[in-house]
Design a protein around this ligand. Structure first.
Ligand code: SF4
Length: 355
């Protein structure tokens, strides 16, 4: 049960409870009938109201009881910046003053919300603005969900897809992530199907395994960035704990168990991982995995010693991969002019990191 971190109120963060937990809590702790859980879940996650007093089909005495015992987390947007391509980056201030960033990416007919799972990140990827800023804390489930509702309430268009590629390593905050996945995909609420939700990871021990054990067919994206151990270690220092062979084992297990193709994210950085040797290693690593490869062009971040590759190197890299891999896509970087693109979200109020 998630309680307020402040000692004063100790109200339950009800918007962070999955439906089964909500039902158990309202019946055992508040002595309410089970149908109240259905009403509450619908008000909070479908109609997205912020106050119990807006719940007109719940009696006044029950509303007062709820008001004393729990609260609904809602974020105020403290800043938005729109990019030329329609991508919008949102900053939310949390109750303890932390600022996190989320991104809304229109790509008709899809509208994708990119969510953060941590304030900062402890993985320390050397190309990433978030990683360079260090780790501050995990987000709670209610905070992860509140980001999505903050984004949804800011637009008339329905959010169709969710990617966990914002600030933080989602698998490093797995309990909160897992409950958020359950709430977001629940058909009593905002109902974004598991197949429309993608969790991105750089690969930490046990992370992919835990996602494999969840019921939903969530999408999995692995931020590989190099299939050469020494290069990957330089870019993603935590890869030391999960070498490429073990990472590949976990990925293949995911594909076999879920029957879903996974995505490999590969951010091309000049002179580091854009060589033909790196392309060959990537082709060999990915050749027997049911996957697609998303190539991204590095977006410079302040203080990082890396450069964007030129178009000639990018083309050469792609030409080398095409005959050897099932699907290779050069992904448009969205929102790079507002620092909302991959690796750019950060603690300075500039933007988010995408795993
Ligand atoms: S790329 Fe992802 S995992 Fe790596 S430091 Fe940035 S936010 Fe963390």
């Amino acid at each position: 049960m998630q309680m307020d971190s402040g000692a004063k109120e100790q109200k339950v963060k009800i918007s962070g409870l999955t439906f089964p937990r909500l039902k158990e809590w309202v019946t055992s702790e508040l002595g309410m009938k089970p149908f109240r859980a259905q009403q509450l879940f619908s008000w909070i996650h479908l109609k997205r109201v912020h106050s119990f007093h807006q719940m007109t089909d719940i009696s006044l005495s029950a509303r007062n009881q709820l008001d004393l015992a729990c609260e609904i987390t809602a974020f105020e947007i403290c800043n938005t910046i729109a990019a030329d391509d329609g991508t919008v980056k949102y900053s939310f201030r949390l109750e303890d003053g932390e600022v996190i960033e989320s991104v809304l990416i229109p790509d008709p007919p899809r509208l994708t919300a990119c969510l953060s799972t941590q304030a900062g990140c402890r993985c320390g990827c050397t190309f990433c603005q978030t990683g360079r800023g260090g780790f501050r804390r995990n987000l709670r489930t209610d905070e992860i969900v509140a980001q999505l509702y903050g984004l949804q309430n800011s637009t008339d268009d329905r959010i169709s897809n969710v990617v966990f590629m914002g600030m933080g390593e989602p698998m490093d905050n797995f309990p909160a992530l897992s409950d958020a996945l359950s709430i977001i995909s629940d058909d009593r609420g905002i109902c974004i199907g598991a197949r429309k939700i993608t969790v991105s990871t750089v690969g930490i021990p046990g992370g992919i395994e835990k996602l494999t054990q969840l019921d939903g067919q969530y999408g999995l994206a692995v931020s590989l960035h190099s299939a050469v151990e020494s290069t990957r270690l330089k870019l993603v220092p935590v890869s030391k704990a999960l070498p490429l062979r073990e990472l590949k084992r976990d990925m293949m297990n995911y594909v076999n168990r879920k029957g879903r193709r996974i995505t490999l994210e590969y951010c091309l950085i000049a002179g580091i991982n854009d060589t033909l040797e790196e392309a060959s290693a990537l082709a060999e690593f990915a050749g027997d995995i049911e996957c697609k490869i998303n190539l991204l062009i590095y977006n410079p971040v302040e203080g990082a010693p890396y450069r964007r590759p030129d178009s000639e190197s990018v083309n050469r890299f792609m030409q080398h991969l095409y005959p050897r891999c099932q699907a290779v896509i050069l992904r448009r970087s969205r929102g790079s002019d507002i620092a909302a693109a991959c690796g750019q979200l950060g603690p300075s109020g500039r933007s988010t990191s995408l795993n």
